[in-house]
Design a protein around this ligand. Structure first.
Ligand SMILES: Nc1ncnc2c1ncn2[C@@H]1O[C@H](COP(=O)(O)OP(=O)(O)OP(=O)(O)O)[C@@H](O)[C@H]1O
Ligand SMILES: [Mg+2]
Length: 370
C-alpha cells in the first residue's frame, strides 16, 4: 500500500476563528487532512479519535490553555509522542517559552507567522510521520512473515517426525512379517524335504545330491531372511534394549567391513523409552554407514554412557576427517536427518573432523527424567 503525504493529518488549535481559518487554508497545501479545534477541550477530543503527524497549538486560550492542553495530550497513550508546535505572540517572555517546552513542545513559532517557514516546518513533521508509518508497517509485515516461516518450519518438523515414526512402524511390521511368515514357510519346506529325503531309496544318489544342495539353498535363504528382517528392525532392540542392539550392530559392522571396533557400553541396565532407543539406534546405524562409505577408516571407537541426565553416544573414526563444508551443507541429508531425530527430545549432535586424523560425532539425547 502506497502512503502519500496527503494521508497524514495535522491538528490546528486556536481560539481565534480568523487565524484558525487562515492557518487551515495555508496548510491545506501541505496535507488535505487538516483538522481544526477552537479550544483545548476540543483538541483533546480530537487526539482521542485519531493520530496526527503534528499539532499546532495556540499557547493563549481561555479555559484549558495551550500549556495544559499539551500536558494532557502527552499524558494520553495515543498522543504521547505526537510533535506539538506552539504558536504564540511576540509579547511572550522567555519563561513561557520554557513552559511550552516543559509541557512537551518540540518547537515554537512566534506570530505574526511567515507562511513559508510554517509550511516547511510542518512538511518536515508530515514527512517524518509518513516515513515512520512506512517503517512501522514494514516491521509488522516482517514480523508476520517471520511468524509464517516459523509456523511452517514447525509444521515441517512435525511432519518429518511423523513420517519418521510411520516409517519405523512400517519397517517393524514388514520385518515381523518377513521373519514370521517367510521364516515359517522355509522351515516347513525344510521339514518336508527331510521327510522326502528319508524316504528316498538308497540307490538314488543323484537325487540325494540335489536334495542336499536344496537344503543348502533353504538354509541360505533362512539366513538372508533373518538378515533382511533384522536390518529393517533388529529384534534385539525391542527385546534386549539399546545397549545390546548397539553391541550387536557394531559386531555386524566389524564382520561386514573388517573395520576394527572398540565398544564401550554402560554395564547398568539402561531404562529408555521406545522413541529414544529408536532414535539413538537409527543415528548409530547412519553413523556406521557413513564411516563405511566415506571415512576410509581402519578403526572406530564407540562409547555410550549416561551423563547428567542425558544419553551420550560418541562414534570416533580414524579416517580422512569430515570436511567443515560437508557438516554445514544443507544437502547433507543424512546428517540433517540425525539432527532432526534428536530435536523432539531437546538433544543435539556435534560433529568435528580433522583432516587425515578422523571424525568424531557426539550425540546427546536428554532422558527427560525429572
Ligand atoms: N565419518 C565420515 N568421515 C568422512 N566424511 C564423512 C563422514 N561422515 C560423513 N562424511 C561426509 O559428509 C557428507 C554428508 O553425509 P550424509 O550422511 O549427510 O550424506 P551421505 O552419506 O553422502 O548420503 P546419505 O543421504 O545417503 O546419508 C558425506 O557425503 C561425506 O562427504
Ligand atoms: Mg550418510
Amino acid at each position: 500500500m502506497e502512503t502519500s503525504l496527503s494521508q497524514a493529518s495535522i491538528l490546528i488549535v486556536d481560539d481565534d476563528s480568523k487565524s484558525l481559518l487562515a492557518l487551515e487554508q495555508l496548510l491545506q497545501s501541505v496535507t488535505q487532512k487538516v483538522v481544526v479545534a477552537n479550544s483545548g477541550e476540543e483538541a483533546l477530543r480530537c487526539v482521542l479519535k485519531q493520530d496526527f503527524a503534528v499539532i499546532l497549538l495556540d499557547a493563549r486560550m481561555p479555559g484549558v490553555d495551550g500549556f495544559e492542553t499539551a500536558r494532557l495530550i502527552r499524558e494520553r497513550e495515543r498522543s504521547r509522542h505526537t510533535p506539538i508546535i506552539f504558536l504564540t505572540g511576540a509579547y511572550e517572555d522567555l519563561h513561557s517559552v520554557f513552559r511550552g517546552y516543559e509541557a512537551g513542545a518540540v518547537d515554537y513559532i512566534v506570530k505574526p507567522l511567515v507562511p513559508e517557514i510554517l509550511k516547511s516546518k510542518i512538511s518536515v513533521f508530515v514527512e517524518l510521520y509518513i516515513k515512520n508509518a512506512v517503517l512501522i508497517r514494514e516491521i509488522a509485515d516482517r514480523k508476520l512473515a517471520e511468524e509464517h516461516s516459523r509456523k511452517s518450519e514447525e509444521n515441517l518438523r512435525a511432519l518429518a517426525a511423523h513420517l519418521q515414526s510411520v516409517r519405523e512402524e512400517e519397517w517393524t511390521r514388514i520385518a515381523r512379517e518377513i521373519h514370521d511368515e517367510l521364516g515359517q514357510s522355509l522351515t516347513g519346506l525344510k521339514m518336508d524335504l527331510t521327510w522326502v529325503v528319508n524316504r528316498l531309496p538308497g540307490d538314488q544318489r543323484v537325487l540325494a545330491e540335489r536334495m542336499k544342495s536344496m537344503f543348502g539353498l533353504i538354509d541360505g535363504t533362512i539366513q538372508s531372511v533373518r538378515k533382511i528382517a533384522s536390518r529393517l528392525r533388529p529384534e534385539v532392540l525391542d527385546q534386549l534394549g539399546l545397549t545390546a542392539a548397539i553391541g550387536w550392530c557394531a559386531g555386524d559392522f566389524r564382520k561386514r567391513t573388517g573395520i576394527r571396533c572398540k565398544v564401550s557400553l554402560p554395564s547398568d541396565t539402561l531404562i529408555l523409552d521406545h522413541e529414544r532407543s529408536t532414535a539413538a539406534f537409527r543415528i548409530f546405524q547412519e553413523l556406521l554407514t557413513n564411516v563405511a562409505r566415506h571415512a576410509n577408516a581402519t578403526r572406530i571407537d564407540v562409547a555410550m554412557r549416561v551423563d547428567s541426565g542425558a544419553l551420550v553416544l560418541t562414534v570416533e573414526d580414524n579416517g580422512r576427517g569430515i570436511a567443515e563444508s560437508a557438516i554445514e551443507d544443507s544437502k547433507s541429508l543424512g546428517l540433517l536427518g540425525m539432527r532432526e531425530r534428536v530435536l523432539p527430545f531437546g538433544g543435539a549432535i556435534e560433529i568435528a573432523g580433522v583432516r587425515d586424523k578422523g571424525t568424531k560425532v557426539r550425540v546427546c539425547i536428554p532422558l527427560g527424567l525429572k
